[in-house]
Write a new protein. Sequence first.
Length: 396
Amino acid sequence: MTFDFDTILDRRRTGSYKWDFCERAFGEKDVIPMWVADMDFAAPPAVVAALKARAAHGAYGYPMIPKSFWTALSAWLKRRQGWEAGRNEMTLIPGVVPAINLCINAFTRPGDKIVIQTPVYHPFYAAVENNGRRLVRNPLSFDGGRFTMDFDHLKSLDDSRTRMIILCSPHNPVGRVWTREELGRLAEIAAAGDWVVVADEIHGDLILPGHRFTPFAAISNDAAARTVTLTAPSKTFNVAGLSTAVGIIGNPRLKALFDSQLQSAGLTMGNVFGLAAFEAAYREGEAWLDALLVYLAGNSEFAGRFLTENVPKIKLIAPEGTYLGLLDCRGLSLEQAELDRFLLREAKVYFDPGPRFGEELRGFQRINLGCPRPLLREALERVERAVRAREARTGS
């Protein structure tokens, strides 16, 4: 089958957080949003068909989870990631971010230390601090082109109050697909400290050509026994608004603690449309995903080449996985607030400001490459025109 990723889908004034935010927050109507992790493609045809069929029934009462839901996920994980996860290890959750908060309350106590590898997806910070835990940063190393884990620093964080590390794999926003060797070293450190590992693997199927994803729980028996894996089709198939995800916990003790938190919060009931989309995506979405990954790789290559040729003061840190790249804008010599204003008000493009993910990204912006290439081209051309106009004004 062939799939059309080039056609621009008009999402303005549809209640889209991505597309309608700038007008509401900044009063800017003609801005191209390249920020929140939400692709501008329609979901796979099989998912759309499943939702239409479910909607046509007319009754949307409390749903039961069919056995086929779990078998679709198990088969997908085995086929795409080489990982065998049993039904008894799986729990339905309303989303990865709520589950991270539940994990913190299930496995740690107020005052305990939790490690995050910064810069990182900003809800990680909030989950730790809002639940009364102590945030410990393990900053990633950056050589100007690629981010890596600082294992020596990570080892130094082991003390009696360090209980957990929240792993982002693949990493948002730096786009790294951690190698098996890197994950193995992290697993050794976690084992030495007896840390619980909460692995946010929501981007685990968005792996660009030339890279390979390894689930953290598949590293070793010890890793499996201390890991809570959180995954969903939401990023992969662009169905985040349907609030359906899964936690996979191989350790029965940890699973019982997590499930108790889930029940206490009253979050055990599924979304009737989310369940339908979830199963359809994992059963029938593979060809669409394979085509998408080729297209996303093409978008990344296009963006990098465009900037090199036309806006050399901005450099793309291309992702290995996810559809999120980083723009190194330090060559523009603008303070962060000035950079943010310049891109929004003059270029009329809205990216995620880098410091949203950590102070390590001051001078950076996160770009969402999950969009039709004509839209990506227009956004980059707007940036080019704005930079040239500024250079003409300032002579720099």
